[in-house]
Write a protein that binds this ligand. Structure first.
Ligand code: IPE
Ligand code: IPE
Ligand code: MG
Length: 244
């Protein structure tokens, strides 16, 4: 590590969430098919994982596939799922050995059987680990997450397990896919787009947003540290006058 790469994170940062965007454009710029952008993108995940460990960030969320991404050509979807399965198969031993817990947010029942199994295996294998959580958002939509929570709470009321007045923000959050995880502190979207695209709508309520023009396949140590520096310079007020 060169001296200019050194960075100390002093601000509280429990949960960083990434929108890993720009893979297709990265490939297009090189005259490659879009799926090769996704293949390169997978290589960045472990590098960013290592940096999260280095900076002691306890939770990282990765937007891998949205509920809207089914609108893509089937061939691209198939490649994406192939790469995700390969990623799990290749990295799970290592991630388990360093105490990472892999969690999936999203409805995996709609995925093809082999991807679904890869998710279940990764989850089962690492569920008792606690050093770092890797929350893979797969077939995930923020609105879907909220609707599911509302439905499951409604069912508990109908079944007389809870009273309507028991429902508060804490109980609601406990019915989301991200149950037990802290709110997002920092949301990073690569590739220059400045929107949420249905990502962790509830969990991002008070997140700091950092948008970088760097495309995800190019998102390496320096680009990540630049985002962390930007985050560190922000004043999080939470509606009050606090200077954090
Ligand atoms: C993000 O890259 C990956 C997924 C959505 C799965 P894109 O495939 O959206 O790349 P661009 O935005 O078209 O460049
Ligand atoms: C968001 O990126 C989803 C993922 C990165 C998985 P998209 O590329 O699908 O989002 P839009 O279409 O630009 O909003
Ligand atoms: Mg995109």
């Amino acid at each position: 590590m060169s001296k200019k790469d050194a960075f100390t994170l002093t601000k509280k940062l429990d949960h960083v969430a990434f929108i890993m965007d720009g893979n297709g454009r990265w490939a297009n710029l090189r005259g490659l098919p879009r799926y090769l952008g996704h293949r390169e993108a997978i290589n960045r995940i472990m590098e960013i994982f290592e940096l999260c460990r280095e900076f002691k960030i306890h939770v990282m969320s990765l937007y891998a596939f949205s509920t809207e991404n089914w609108n893509r050509p089937q061939d691209e979807i198939d490649h994406l799922m192939d790469y995700l399965e390969e990623f799990f198969a290749k990295q799970i031993d290592y991630m388990d050995s360093v105490g990472a817990r892999l969690q999936i947010s999203g409805d995996i029942n709609r995925l093809r059987e082999s991807t679904k199994q890869a998710c279940i295996n990764a989850y089962e294998r690492t569920k008792n680990n606690g050093n770092i959580v890797v929350n893979v958002c797969l077939n995930y939509g923020g609105r879907d997450d909220i609707v599911r929570a509302a439905k499951s709470l409604a069912k508990e009321v109908v079944d007389k397990k809870i009273e309507i007045d028991d429902i508060d923000e804490k109980l609601f959050a406990d019915h989301l896919y991200t149950k037990g995880l802290p709110d997002v502190d920092l949301m990073i979207r690569t590739s220059g787009e400045q929107r949420l695209s249905n990502y962790l709508l509830w969990q991002n309520a008070y997140a700091e947003f950092v948008f970088t023009p760097v495309k995800w396949p190019d998102f390496k140590r320096k680009a990540f540290i630049d985002c962390l520096k930007e985050y560190q310079s922000r004043n999080r007020r939470y509606g009050g006058l606090k200077n954090e």
